[in-house]
Write a protein that binds this ligand. Structure first.
Ligand code: AMP
Length: 620
């Protein structure tokens, strides 16, 4: 068989769209995986999640709604007026495609054929590319049946939102292996094992954390079954899920919980995972980036990623050059924080200034005006071997050996102690230096990709504040508001946190303060870009909090509040008192919000008497 027809695939997406029940979604995905051919599994899984390739390697269509109106008009011989009118009625161009495409007969193009055409579409560039894209996309859609064109339209627009994530695909893969093994004939002993579906899921998820490429994982498992899991490993160029930190209220609690710790400063810069491989050349750069890299022809392969797994290499030409000079190794993956500093005083700069690097233009100027330090605190991979299963102490010895000098790249300073007084003193020093706080790490701990455990604990500045830490949450929609704000068309917004256990967003508060005028405008603009017709399927939102404009959960914001209280109305079970916006967290993804467990813990911590730093202790 040459593969699954795209029309069959669209039927699967159609039934997935009709349910929001996690178990049903998992079952449908499992059946779809079962029916797919091995060779098409990666592409099929990517498309079902609405993209073409693993996200760290993403390829965008850059086709917006306006252009899609032209594409649909062209593909189905309709006027743009009619398409626009239908769009007004339907609110979704996929549905419009379904309406105007007269073709009922299921198409016989395969997933692989369509995927190839979509890749070609996404890679069209240069002069006249708009027109070429319209032609190409119209051709693709015109050949397909109604249902297929509906989903392809959404894939091209990046609006496939079927309410499941990569983690649900992992559940489905675990189920698939489990059933294959359980149903395997007795004589096939190689497939035998006694792992439950849940244990299989944990195994696959651990691999996903070191290789976040769900398509490849699905394909390898489809090809090799259970054994396939063992073939999935870390690779330079493929970002690893970053380890995250838990929080505790004060140094005393840290020492009680962790024992002896390695304390490091917590810098408020941006997380950078740096990959280098000297056996490969620097990959092709976009023309407008070429002059950023002075010695581009001689540079080895270097890539940087955020903790969100997004590639950021173009932002850091200075880090790329420095990595080449200062790293004495064939291949490495490093973890650290990049932070801007003042050339004259040597002081570190506030987060917003470091983040200037996020702008597409002016990088060259930023490199000169705002030089960076890359403070390296971990090494995950060296010369073909992963190091994550070595204790931190051993990883640091290796790191010390391969980093030369301390110019742009610098190994993060640490202090070892099990003495509360020394930890208090260190934390005070950090605050005096204008830093965010400290990180305490367990010296014998492994690098736990993607995990948030008590092997890394953060302690932020706020001993004196009522609620110790801010909360990262995702925007679920906004309200038009009344009074002066109504002029902006936005007067408040609803936020929630991601609950991994239920795979749902849970609301915690409405926010109506703490934003400057330009921030209100920015937020409205950001939400309008990702607005959806109805509230997202994977959220629990009481009708009391129905928004005027719903957002696809993508925008992460950092919120401060005076207090966390229990709530029967917000689905997270907690609400915030006096919430206010601190900043936009473009470096975080929607499922990377403060977790329900952390929330519970913050609730508990705020009840504790506030610990003041006792100066007499510090002096001793
Ligand atoms: P938070 O964003 O508050 O959850 O804190 C975790 C973040 O602190 C990490 O993702 C890093 O970007 C940052 N960070 C700053 N300094 C360190 C450090 N020494 N060790 C680990 N993470 C650090």
């Amino acid at each position: 068989m040459k593969g699954m027809y795209i029309s069959k695939f669209a039927q699967y997406l159609d039934i997935l769209e009709q349910t929001s029940k996690r178990l049903e979604i998992t079952e449908i995905l499992k059946n779809m995986l079962k029916e797919m051919e091995k060779a098409e599994t990666d592409k099929g899984i990517f498309l079902s999640l609405g993209y073409l390739r693993a996200q760290f390697n993403s390829l965008q269509f850059n086709i917006a709604e306006k252009m899609m109106v032209k594409i649909l008009a062209n593909a189905f011989n309709e006027s743009e007026e009619k398409i626009n009118k239908l769009y007004g009625e339907e609110g979704d161009l996929g549905n419009v495609a379904f309406k105007v495409n007269p073709n009922e007969k299921p198409s016989k193009t395969t997933i692989l054929e369509v995927h190839k055409k979509l890749e070609e579409l996404a890679t069209i560039s240069g002069t006249g590319s708009q027109e070429k894209k319209i032609q190409k996309a119209s051709q693709i859609l015109a050949l397909e049946d109604k249902l297929t064109s509906k989903f392809l339209t959404r894939i091209i627009l990046s609006t496939v939102r079927l309410g499941f994530t990569e983690l649900t695909v992992i559940d489905a893969l675990a189920k698939l292996i489990f059933e294959n093994v359980t149903n395997a004939p007795k004589e096939k002993s190689s497939t035998k094992h006694n792992l439950s579906a849940k244990e299989l899921k944990i195994k696959i998820e651990a691999k996903y954390r070191i290789r976040p490429d769900i398509g490849t994982i699905a394909k390898v498992i489809k090809e090799n079954g259970l054994e396939g899991i063992d073939y999935i490993s870390m690779e330079v160029g493929v970002p690893v899920h970053a380890q995250k930190a838990q929080r505790l209220a004060d140094p005393q609690e840290i020492i009680e919980k962790l024992g002896s710790v390695w304390a490091e400063y917590k810098f408020d810069g941006t997380r950078v995972q740096l990959h280098l491989d000297r056996s490969r050349k620097m990959p092709g750069l976009e023309t407008n980036q070429q002059d950023l890299f002075e010695s581009r022809n001689t540079l080895p392969f270097v890539k940087t990623f955020t903790r969100n797994l997004e590639e950021t290499t173009h932002q850091f030409p200075d880090l790329v050059e420095a990595a080449n000079k200062q790293i004495d190794a064939q291949s490495v993956i490093l973890d650290g924080e990049a932070i801007g500093y003042n050339k004259k005083t040597g002081d570190y700069l506030p987060f917003q200034e470091t983040m200037q690097r996020k702008r597409k233009h002016g990088i060259k100027e930023a490199v000169v005006e705002t030089p960076l330090k890359y403070l390296i605190f971990d090494i995950l991979y060296l010369n073909g071997k992963t190091l994550v299963d070595l204790p931190l102490v051993e990883r640091r010895i290796i790191l010390d050996k391969i980093i030369k000098g301390n110019e742009t790249l610098e190994i993060d300073y640490h202090m070892e102690t099990k003495d509360v007084k020394r930890l208090i003193k260190f934390s005070k020093e950090a605050l005096d230096r204008g830093l965010e706080g400290i990180m305490a790490k367990k010296p014998d701990s492994f690098y736990e990709a993607g995990a948030r455990n008590f092997t890394w604990v953060k302690l932020k500045k706020s001993q004196e504040q009522i609620l110790g830490d801010t909360i990262d949450c995702v925007v679920l929609g906004y309200y038009f508001g009344r009074g002066v704000r109504a002029n902006f068309g936005i007067g408040g917004f609803l936020v929630g946190i991601w609950d991994k256990r239920d795979q749902k967003y849970k609301t915690i508060t409405k926010v109506g303060t703490g934003l400057k005028d330009e921030e209100w405008e920015k937020l409205k603009e950001m939400v309008d870009k990702v607005k959806i017709k109805e509230k997202t399927k994977n959220a629990d939102i009481s009708s009391k909090y129905d928004c005027d404009v719903w957002a696809n959960p993508e925008i992460v914001v950092e919120i401060a509040a005076d207090e966390i209280s229990k709530s029967s109305e917000h689905s997270a079970g907690f609400a915030l008192r006096f919430p206010r916006l601190i900043k936009f967290r473009e470096d975080k993804s929607a499922t990377d919000t403060t977790t329900p467990e952390e929330f519970e813990q913050m609730y508990r911590l705020q009840k504790k008497p506030i610990v003041k730093i006792d100066e007499s202790l510090v002096e001793s």
